[in-house]
Design a protein around this ligand. Structure first.
Ligand SMILES: *[C@@H]1O[C@H](CO)[C@@H](O)[C@H](O)[C@H]1NC(C)=O
Ligand SMILES: *[C@@H]1O[C@H](CO)[C@@H](O)[C@H](O)[C@H]1NC(C)=O
Ligand SMILES: *[C@@H]1O[C@H](CO)[C@@H](O)[C@H](O)[C@H]1NC(C)=O
Ligand SMILES: *[C@@H]1O[C@H](CO)[C@@H](O)[C@H](O)[C@H]1NC(C)=O
Ligand SMILES: *[C@@H]1O[C@H](CO)[C@@H](O)[C@H](O)[C@H]1NC(C)=O
Length: 509
């Protein structure tokens, strides 16, 4: 499972070992569970509620720590707050190592797997750990998630329903991951780091039985046909898909580039430090932060700006005196060229592209996590501007500044991080729609103050962002704000369509 997560402030302890018996970590876990579990207790089955089992960790066997003291601590806390009369369980991937490190006496061991796994082998492994009791696949993968640059993941309806039928025929219990995937709105997408950092796209449609917009699919019908053979299903018609509307094109206008908007976007101003501070040290856990310094000498020839320790987490947009020069990217682009004069302003906007949420690399500090070198010099004397773009937008900026009636001057679109605004005129409808950003490159977009997430059609596979109907106003102008990080198309157009497009992979670089 990939969603949910640990709060980023845990990383303020630089050496914390997450998901282990590390004292700082256990202290945080204990204080959280002391609040959470008493709220759950009244809803346990034994107390008349509908909770029959509680999972206490997730795929812990896939994590490097394999710390039984940590698992014992969790078991003690859950028993203390919930009592003896509830089944506590664990979920693990289907190998001996995972099952060995993820399970513990007194916690019912279940397994998780998708359509490519031999179910006999998988449940036999669960049986070795749980000789008695139900067979449980606690995450049956009905589809899969996408990362930027991947081909869109698709798992066939026939395959899903066939494997489901085989499991139900064996009398096994199945939880579907996902049944409805939804959307990683705002900054909430996660990332993986196996051989390199790969961030998950905004859509979590997942090719699940219900779409990102909650609509039924062929896969849902196929699954229902299987379930019908084992249990009664509700009679009557299936609720239909909600209506979708193609509101058409909206033209945006430029508000300004990040360098000129700092007073609005970073109201508390910069923090100064000889060496760069991380997002966590600055207590800015999401989004974007601007790192500013000056060029220590004239650079008349293109001079390499280097991230020698791969310390750009995760993507940096570099300008000198407001002129965009290029970008650095974790694991893939560790050097670029810069020109300028001594004393010129070097602005580096760093994007946190989502934290690693699986595997051993979850201590995922963001920002400039190590020094940058320009030519032969370590860059020093930084000013760090934490950006609160969401805060500015939720207080009405930039639309409340009265710029909306001024027609967009037909100027050359700028390159580098720039803010745009526009309005979708109300037409009496507030139906779901899908926003396509043709020829925009990469950025973040808000509508009526809600952060819809990241777009990156130049990479794909996701080409449209889901806009839930209830976000739209039927009578007031719908306010759109967009941060484009690299370069806008000359026509500055957005398109609201009546269907999603999630499967066009444009590039990987
Ligand atoms: C699954 O594994 C079992 C035991 O190894 C084997 O007998 C069976 O043929 C396998 N099933 C499939 C579909 O490969
Ligand atoms: C940012 O805006 C300022 C002021 O309008 C301008 O001087 C500068 O060139 C702009 N930078 C970019 C990259 O467009
Ligand atoms: C930087 O500029 C030098 C000299 O023009 C060139 O040889 C080199 O390929 C450039 N490096 C990058 C990363 O663009
Ligand atoms: C959009 O912004 C304008 C100007 O601040 C405001 O009057 C209007 O109510 C906003 N629209 C919505 C849907 O909030
Ligand atoms: C992309 O998805 C659409 C349906 O959403 C489908 O019609 C089309 O064939 C798919 N294209 C590719 C390349 O898979």
């Amino acid at each position: 499972m990939f969603q949910g997560g640990l709060p980023a402030w845990l990383l303020q302890k630089p050496n914390i070992i997450l998901r282990s018996a590390d004292t700082d970590y256990l202290e945080a876990v204990s204080s959280w569970l002391a609040i959470l579990l008493p709220k759950i207790k009244p809803w346990l089955y034994i107390n008349g509620g509908n909770i029959i089992t509680v999972q206490i960790e997730n795929e812990y066997g896939s994590y490097f720590a394999c710390d039984y003291n940590y698992m014992r601590h969790l078991r003690k806390l859950f028993r203390f707050f919930l009592g003896e009369d509830v089944v506590l369980f664990t979920t693990d991937g289907n190998t001996d190592k995972e099952m060995t490190c993820g399970t513990l006496d007194g916690l019912y061991a279940t397994v998780d797997f998708g359509t490519e796994t031999n179910i006999t082998v998988a449940f036999n492994r669960q049986r070795r750990f749980e000789p008695q009791g139900p067979l449980v696949n606690s995450e049956f993968y009905t589809g899969w998630l996408d990362h930027w640059g991947d081909q869109h993941a698709v798992v066939g309806a026939q395959k899903v329903s066939r494997v489901l039928e085989e499991m139900l025929t064996m009398g096994a219990n199945v939880n579907m991951y996902m049944f409805e995937g939804g959307t990683n709105f705002g900054y909430w997408n996660g990332a993986d780091h196996d051989t390199s950092f790969r961030s998950v796209v905004t859509s979590y449609d997942y090719d699940a039985p219900l779409t990102e917009a909650g609509d039924p699919t062929e896969k849902l019908l196929a699954i229902r046909d299987v379930i019908k053979r084992f249990r009664d299903v509700p009679s009557g018609p299936m609720p239909p898909a909600t209506p979708k509307f193609a509101y058409g094109f909206v033209r945006l206008q430029q508000v300004g580039n990040i360098s000129t908007l700092l007073d609005t976007l970073s109201p508390f101003g910069p923090v100064q430090s000889k060496y760069p501070l991380t997002f966590e040290e600055m207590k800015q856990y999401y989004g974007y932060m601007l790192y500013r310094t000056t060029l220590p000498q004239d650079l008349s020839e293109p001079t390499p700006l280097i991230s020698p320790l791969n310390g750009v987490h995760d993507r940096a947009y570099v300008s000198v005196n407001g002129v965009f020069q290029g970008l650095l990217q974790r694991d893939t682009i560790l050097v670029m060229n810069v020109t300028g004069k001594q004393g010129d302003t070097l602005d580096i906007l760093v994007e946190n592209m989502g934290r690693v949420n699986f595997g051993s690399k979850i201590n995922d500090y963001k920002g400039l996590v190590s020094n940058l070198i320009l030519g032969k010099d370590i860059l020093t004397d930084w000013k760090m501007y934490p950006l609160d773009i969401d805060g500015a937008i939720s207080s009405g900026w930039p639309h409340s500044n009265g710029q909306k009636s001024i027609p967009s001057p037909q100027r050359e679109p700028s390159t580098g991080p720039t803010v745009y605004m526009g309005t979708l005129q109300p037409n009496g409808l507030a139906w779901d729609t899908f926003l396509k950003l043709n020829e925009w490159i990469k950025g973040q977009i808000w509508i009526n103050g809600v952060n819809l997430g990241r777009y990156w059609p130049a990479r794909g596979p996701q080409q449209t962002l889901y806009v839930p109907g209830p976000l739209l106003s039927t009578s007031l102008p719908n306010n759109i704000t967009l941060l484009e990080l690299e370069g806008a198309p000359t026509n500055l157009l957005l398109l609201f369509m009546d269907r999603p497009q999630l499967n066009v992979t444009a590039g990987k670089s």
